[in-house]
Structures are given as structure tokens and as C-alpha cells.
Design a protein around this ligand. Structure first.
Ligand code: ADP
Length: 508
């Protein structure tokens, strides 16, 4: 009984062939290939010629994965060649299916390895491009800071001189353009900092209602100039004081409203703030900027959020293509997302939700508003003597403008140095009350000089206050200056008042 089953299920994949020492086929069971008797097996396939070596060795030899095409069929076989007294016994084992599926598996595996490697390469390329973009932005904004600082300072100095009305008006234009340039620079820098993971959200308590009023004040006039209406409505139940990053919220909202103004030729721009939810001391608000402008086509709806990406609206592009990217990235840092609805030719709505903590008791109200008021720059606490300041700056324009700012106060005697190596000589021979030091200097940089000064054995030199001035606003480079021993670091471009305020504070 078992014999029958065995016969049925025994795999018929073996062929036995007997050849003589010259390769002539003596016998064959023909299970796989019908081989002609009395002919040389070498005619079947050139592989068999290699068997001559087996005759000589007199030992069994195995060959694996031999491809033999036979009558329109390809056999892939393992062959055992055993020397016998008649000549050679060949046992051909058909493993065509096995080898084919093995090949398929290997191929799939190779393809998947190649795919993974391609993805890795692609990611590397993307990371490389991102790195290049960031370092480009960093260098580019760095280079712009010096001239911008000079222009700002010169505008302020000019403003203090006698001028005709026409000149004053022109100065106002100059101021306005320069402010725009500065904001663009700040935006560019923000992108670089966000991408480098260096921008942190800084929370503080601020007055939301005042925030809205400032926006109304700013944008009513701007909209009117363009013949548009601007309205800002907010739910009265929204707390007055909230805790959040006012500066970044301002950056997001103004980017959206600026865009609405840019891309709307007639109609209105509406800024609404709605109360989504209020519980415990957390409030969730929806900010919406709606315009009746050109709108955005379906195919461009994703592209507009990419950096430096502009989409032609109404045949024109305005700006540098960063506004929306910044808004999107800042919101991401605040755990929110920017959303948009738009119909081409009808208008757009950009909106997002944000949560704020708010104080349950508003006693601090009066305290906050008094704190928020800009303090007047006073130097009453200082002696009437003239303080000696060493100004170290290699950019001649910045040097001249800073020199004039300091000179105009009539409170300082100023020495100038432009080369790091010369500073030490000056510091040793003069007893300075303060050093104003650019960080990026030829020969010795500001940090190196500061470290050398702090290592001096004489107390009067060692303890001279040093304010650093840098074009590099990155947190880590500022931290490096402070670590080197600077008291404070100002980043270019800065306001004249900020500089004087800081100097007076440190001189006390
Ligand atoms: P920019 O305005 O500097 O070009 P943005 O990143 O702010 O850069 O915007 C990217 C693109 O999105 C713009 O070039 C414009 O085509 C489109 N866009 C943005 N806001 C609006 C809007 N309110 N209406 C129509 N198109 C808009």
C-alpha cells in the first residue's frame, strides 16, 4: 500500500545518465530530458566538457545551478558526477523552480536595498540643501547688518539737525523704507533660526486688547491708502491679559494682514479673533484674516507655504516669499497649524488657533501697563564727569555713526580702535570706563580680546565693562560672548536708544 503512495508522491525530479570515458551516452532514464543514446553528451551542453577532469580525479564531484536549455525549456539542475567502472554516472537534479524563486527573492531584496539606499541619499541631499540654505541665510543677513545699522543711526542723527519740511518728509520715507528692510532681514533671520532649531518661544504677560488696538491703528491707515477697508473685531469675553510670545504673535498676524493688503485691490480686510474655549486659566482663540483679494488657485495651495516660494497672483509677485513660511513655522513652534480657505478671484481666509494662559486676577493690570511704558533714557545717576569709552569696530561706517551717537550725548570721551591686536595696547595705557567691542574683528576677535582683558593681573583693567556688538543674532554665539566675559551683547541693527540705555545702565 505504502509503495503506491510513495510512488505517487516521490518527486520525479532526478535523471540518471551513464556515459563512457569519451562522453558517449550509454544509458539514461529520460526523466527530465530525452537524451539520444550513442551520442556524445558534450553535444547537449558545453558544460559537460568540464566533466573530463572528473574522470581523472576519480572522486564524486557536485556542480550547482547549471543552466541547460533543452527543447524550448530551461532546466536549472544540480549535477552529481560519480566515477563508475563503465565511465561516469551523472545524477541531474531538477531545481528550476527552486532557483527561480530564489532569484526572485534575491532580486526583491536587492531592489529594496537599493531603494533604501536611494532614500538615504535623497535625505542626505535634502539635509545638505537645507544646511546650505541656512548658512546662506545666516551669512547674507550678517552682511546686511552693518550697513543697516549705519543707515538707522544716520537717520536718527539727521533727525536731530535743522531741516526743512521737505527734507523731514524725505527722512520719513527713508525711515519707513529702512524699517521695511529691517523687518525683511528679521524675517529672513527668523527662518534661519527656526530651521537651525535656535528660535525659542518666549512667553510673557501682555495686553491682548492693546495688541488689537495697535493693529487697528497701523492697518486702518495703510488700508485706506489703498482704498480698502480694514476692520478688527474681537470677542469681548477674551481676557485682556494673556501669557504668550507677543512678538511672535505680532510677526504671524502682521505677515498675514500684510499679505491680505498686498493681494487685495478692492474690498476689505477683516481681522477677527474668536473665543473657541475658556477653561480654568486657559483660553483658546481663533485668529482669522479674511480678504476679498485675488485668491489662490487649487494647484498653488501647498506651494505658497514653501520658503522663498512665490506664486504669481494677478501677474505680479511682491515680497520675498517668506511671510507664510514664517507664519507656518512659528505656529508649529507654538503647537498650532496655519489653515487656509481660498477661491480664485474671490478672496482668501488664513486662520489658526492658539492657546494662552491668562491670570485669573487682573490686579497686575496697572503694574503691567506701567512696566510696558517705554522708560525714558536717563543718566541722572551718573557723575557729571566725561566717561572714557573705547570703541572697537572695524567697519568704518558703523564706527563713524556710533562715534557720532556717543559724541552727541556730550557725556563721553571716545577713543577708536579697529584692529583687535591694537586694543590691548590702548586698554593698558588708558583707563577706560567701558569698552564697546565689535565681536567680528581682524587679527584677534572680540571674544579673544575680552578673555585676554579678563585675565589681566590689574583689577582696573581686568574689570573694565565690555559691551559686545555683533551681527550674529544666534543664541549660541551670544552665549559665547558672555562666556568670554562680556557684560551684555547688542545685535545689529539696534536702536540708538537701546545702546545708550545699556551704556548708562552698565556705567552706574
Ligand atoms: P510674499 O508675499 O513675500 O510673496 P508669502 O510667503 O507671504 O510671500 O506668500 C507666498 C505667496 O502666497 C505669495 O507670493 C502669494 O502668491 C500667495 N499669497 C499669500 N497670501 C495671499 C493672499 N492673502 N491672497 C492671495 N495670495 C496670497
Amino acid at each position: 500500500m505504502l509503495d503506491t503512495y510513495q510512488k505517487k508522491y516521490t518527486n520525479n525530479n532526478r535523471q540518471f545518465v551513464l556515459i563512457d570515458k569519451t562522453g558517449i551516452v550509454l544509458e539514461s532514464d529520460q526523466t527530465l530530458m530525452k537524451i539520444a543514446f550513442g551520442h556524445s553528451i558534450f553535444e547537449l551542453h558545453p558544460f559537460f566538457e568540464s566533466l573530463t577532469s572528473v574522470f581523472e580525479s576519480k572522486e564524486e564531484v557536485n556542480f550547482y545551478g547549471i543552466h541547460i536549455p533543452f527543447e524550448d525549456q530551461l532546466f536549472i539542475v544540480d549535477i552529481k558526477a560519480a566515477p563508475v567502472k563503465e565511465g561516469l554516472l551523472l545524477i541531474l537534479k531538477d531545481l528550476t523552480e527552486h532557483y527561480n524563486s530564489y532569484q526572485k527573492i534575491t532580486q526583491t531584496r536587492n531592489e529594496s536595498v537599493i531603494k533604501t539606499e536611494l532614500t538615504v541619499l535623497k535625505n542626505q541631499e535634502l539635509a545638505e540643501r537645507e544646511r546650505f540654505k541656512n548658512s546662506f541665510i545666516q551669512n547674507f543677513s550678517h552682511e546686511l547688518r552693518n550697513p543697516l545699522t549705519s543707515i538707522m543711526a544716520i537717520i536718527e542723527i539727521l533727525g536731530d539737525t535743522e531741516m526743512t519740511n521737505e527734507q523731514l518728509q524725505m527722512l520719513d520715507f527713508l525711515k519707513e523704507s529702512n524699517t521695511n528692510l529691517r523687518l525683511m532681514l528679521e524675517d529672513t533671520l527668523s527662518i534661519g533660526m527656526i530651521d537651525a532649531g535656535q528660535l525659542q518661544i518666549q512667553k510673557g504677560v501682555f495686553d491682548l486688547h492693546k495688541f488689537f488696538e495697535l493693529l487697528i491703528f497701523t492697518y486702518k491707515a495703510k488700508a485706506k491708502e489703498k482704498g480698502l477697508k480694514f476692520d478688527c473685531l474681537w470677542d469681548e469675553k477674551i481676557p485682556k491679559l494673556v501669557e504668550g510670545d507677543r512678538l511672535r504673535l505680532y510677526q504671524i498676524v502682521t505677515n498675514l494682514i500684510d499679505n491680505a493688503l498686498k493681494y487685495t485691490e478692492q474690498g476689505s480686510i477683516q481681522f477677527d479673533v474668536k473665543l473657541n474655549q475658556k477653561r480654568a486659566n486657559i483660553v483658546n482663540l481663533r485668529f482669522e484674516v479674511t480678504d476679498t483679494g485675488v485668491g489662490i488657485s487649487e494647484e498653488n495651495k501647498d506651494a505658497i507655504f514653501e520658503s522663498f516660494r512665490q506664486v504669481k497672483s494677478n501677474g505680479t509677485t511682491k515680497g520675498v516669499g517668506l511671510g507664510l513660511t514664517i507664519a507656518k513655522k512659528l505656529l508649529l513652534l507654538m503647537n498650532s497649524t496655519i489653515k487656509m480657505q481660498s477661491t480664485l478671484g474671490e478672496g482668501s481666509k488664513f486662520y489658526f488657533d492658539l492657546s494662552f494662559e491668562y491670570p485669573l486676577f487682573t490686579d497686575s493690570n496697572s503694574e503691567l501697563s506701567s512696566k510696558a511704558r517705554r522708560p525714558k533714557i536717563e543718566a541722572k545717576h551718573l557723575d557729571q564727569k566725561k566717561y572714557k569709552i573705547l570703541l572697537v569696530e572695524d567697519d568704518t561706517y558703523v564706527q563713524t555713526t556710533l562715534f557720532k551717537i556717543l559724541l552727541n550725548t556730550n557725556r563721553f570721551k571716545i577713543d577708536l580702535a579697529y584692529d583687535g591686536a591694537l586694543v590691548l595696547q590702548e586698554v593698558v595705557t588708558n583707563n577706560y570706563d567701558l569698552i564697546l567691542m565689535d565681536v567680528n574683528l581682524p587679527n584677534l576677535d572680540g571674544n579673544q580680546i575680552t578673555r585676554l582683558i579678563r585675565d589681566f593681573p590689574f583689577k582696573n583693567i581686568k574689570n573694565t565693562p565690555i559691551i559686545g556688538i555683533t551681527a550674529n543674532a544666534y543664541e549660541e554665539s551670544i552665549a559665547e560672548c558672555l562666556k568670554a566675559g562680556m557684560q551684555k551683547v547688542l545685535t545689529k541693527p539696534f536702536e540708538k536708544d537701546d545702546l545708550l540705555k545699556l551704556i548708562y545702565k552698565i556705567l552706574k
